[in-house]
Design a protein around this ligand. Structure first.
Ligand SMILES: Cc1ncc(COP(=O)(O)OP(=O)(O)O)c(N)n1
Ligand code: 3NM
Ligand code: MG
Length: 211
């Protein structure tokens, strides 16, 4: 039987002062497989400080801590891995830097990029955006056929990302996504991040039960 789909949490673009408490509450609310620190606008020093503050909170809860965009910094700081896009350096070099750690690679809506990522040694491939998102300007749109094809053909796990919420995630789970990566569904949930995690977990479980 396939492993059940799990939640992949990404930090909000800007961290509020009480973020460590909000993060702990979110991670304590349900099953979160990993946390990606994604601070696109922060200077390197601030990223380092954020890793030092947040990585222990994730790792204390057995949540893998991944850094976005920078394989070398992820390895230097002892992160569990890194997520690299198509413009985030050479993937083979990233694989070398992250030996023994997790390497995830963005593949947009492309079967070709996903197969290259697999050849480069990615531990997961990420497809998106599945839905409109306000978190970033997403230039690609993926469909569930991609998840179905990938999960039937390959063992490497796939991540779905982009505008995913508790209300729209069921088809992605049923199509074979191993992880659902979210920002807004958790951090912008009207009842707070813990409620966001619970809602996602409930929706994932219900979609899995119905499959
Ligand atoms: C899990 C996951 N999937 C995709 C992305 C996007 O990566 P990238 O294309 O490099 O864009 P930025 O996140 O750097 O804006 C991701 N971060 N995480
Ligand atoms: C970081 C990111 N990458 C995407 C891609 O399509 O590659 S979409 C996205 C934003 C995800 O945030 P939300 O869950 O709030 O839509
Ligand atoms: Mg990137």
């Amino acid at each position: 039987m396939d492993a059940p789909c799990r939640l992949y949490l990404i930090t909000p673009p800007i961290l509020p002062p009480d973020f460590p408490d909000r993060l702990a509450a979110a991670l304590d609310a349900g099953d979160v497989a990993c946390l990606q620190l994604r601070l696109k606008e922060a200077p390197p020093d601030a990223v380092r400080r954020a890793v030092e503050a947040l990585m222990p909170i994730a790792q204390a809860r057995d949540v893998a801590f991944l850094l976005n965009d920078d394989a070398a910094l992820a390895a230097e700081l002892g992160c569990d891995g890194a997520h690299l896009g198509q413009e985030d350096g050479d993937h083979a070099e990233g694989r070398r830097l992250l030996e023994g750690r997790i390497l995830g690679i963005t593949c947009h809506d492309s079967r070709h990029l996903a197969m290259l990522a697999g050849e480069a040694g990615a531990d997961y491939v990420a497809f998106g955006a599945f839905f409109p998102t306000t978190t970033k300007e997403a230039r690609h749109r993926a469909g569930t056929d991609l998840l179905e094809w990938w999960s039937e053909m390959f063992e490497i796990p796939c991540v779905a990302i982009g505008g995913i919420t508790a209300a729209n995630c069921a088809p992605l789970v049923r199509a074979g996504a191993d992880f659902l990566a979210v920002v807004g569904a958790v951090w912008n949930h009207p009842e707070g991040p813990a409620a966001g995690v619970r809602a996602m977990q409930r929706a994932i479980a219900e979609a899995g039960d119905a499959a």
